[in-house]
Ligand binder design. Sequence first.
Ligand SMILES: Cc1cc2nc3c(=O)[nH]c(=O)nc-3n(C[C@H](O)[C@H](O)[C@H](O)COP(=O)(O)O)c2cc1C
Length: 177
Amino acid sequence: MSRILILFAHPAFEKSRVHHQLLATIRGMQGVTVHDLYETYPDLNIDVRQEQGLLLQHDIILFQHPFYWYSAPAIIKQWQDLVLEHGWAYGRTGTALRGKRITNVISAGTKEEAYQADGWHQHSLTDFLLPFKQTATLCNMQYLAPFVVYGTHQMDTTGISEHAISYKQFLENLRDR
Ligand SMILES: Cc1cc2nc3c(=O)[nH]c(=O)nc-3n(C[C@H](O)[C@H](O)[C@H](O)COP(=O)(O)O)c2cc1C
């Protein structure tokens, strides 16, 4: 059984519809640790050793967040900048994360059709995630296919619940495979 660490980031969780339901549905899953970055570090003062320790205790890392300005909320960048240290995560002696798997769990306001070369955003969502993928490669990790919920602006509570169940299955597959 693989151990999964969810690094969760939502700067306005009290207003969240999608991530609120995703987290409620996976609550208490065996082998899954949910780590709420904004709750733990409201002033963005990240405890690097604590975060590195958590990474070492898990096999699969997931950044779970709403898609904001074609990327992630700010605390995820802060986390990357501070936690993925040279000589620890990358570089000649930086092998701490070697062999771990990583990806993003994202909700996007607009529909999947908009994330195409001839669509509104002119690029796929995978294109926008290139910095995450290449950061994983630099840190000797394998970047997996992301879990994406598209079209949240027009999604009702039934639709959100269906995606939450898919998310739980996604985690079960990762954990048990
Ligand atoms: C600051 C901000 C930036 C956003 N940028 C994007 C974006 O680039 N692409 C997109 O599809 N949706 C974008 N959205 C919509 C959010 O992704 C969407 O509201 C969110 O995923 C819904 O999840 P929640 O109910 O958990 O907040 C943005 C929303 C905000 C508030």
